[in-house]
Design a protein around this ligand. Structure first.
Ligand code: ZN
Length: 144
């Protein structure tokens, strides 16, 4: 199976069966963002305590890229310290800007979204949940 096909399969599987797709009753933060270009909407919920993302969930609707990116993001950052989550976020944002991936272990399944960079208009979809995360955990960093 070609890598592109494998990546497409990962995206479609997360779109059809999104992980952590629910409201989080005891969230300490929540944030809704929309991508008017595509009609995507993401509400991110997180319970953050002792500088750690104890739990993270989302609700949303829109295209497969935005929803799969949110699902993959929650899997990647759940249980991580804020520093670790910021590091994963920086790696992901770099990949979306077309920068070479230095640490593909940090990104893991998120590499499935690497092909999105070939379609600049879809990058907005992929970064939407990450922009919500950035506003929550790294408000001093520049937005995309
Ligand atoms: Zn979209």
């Amino acid at each position: 199976m070609a890598l592109d096909d494998l990546y497409r399969e990962v995206i479609m599987e997360h779109y059809r069966s999104p992980r952590n797709f629910r409201e989080l009753d005891d969230a300490t933060v929540s944030l809704t963002l929309t991508n008017p270009l595509c009609g995507d909407e993401i509400t991110l919920y997180a319970r953050i305590a002792d500088d750690r993302i104890e739990d993270v969930t989302f609700l949303g609707r829109g295209c497969s890229i935005s929803q799969a990116s949110a699902s993959l993001m929650t899997e990647a950052i759940k249980g991580k310290s804020l520093d670790e989550a910021v590091s994963i976020m920086s790696d992901f944002r770099g990949m979306m800007r077309g920068e070479p991936v230095e640490d593909d272990e940090s990104l893991g399944d998120l590499l499935a979204l690497s092909g999105v960079t070939k379609f600049p208009v879809r990058v907005k979809c992929a970064v939407l949940p990450w922009e919500a995360l950035r506003q929550v955990i790294a408000p001093d960093q520049t937005p995309e």
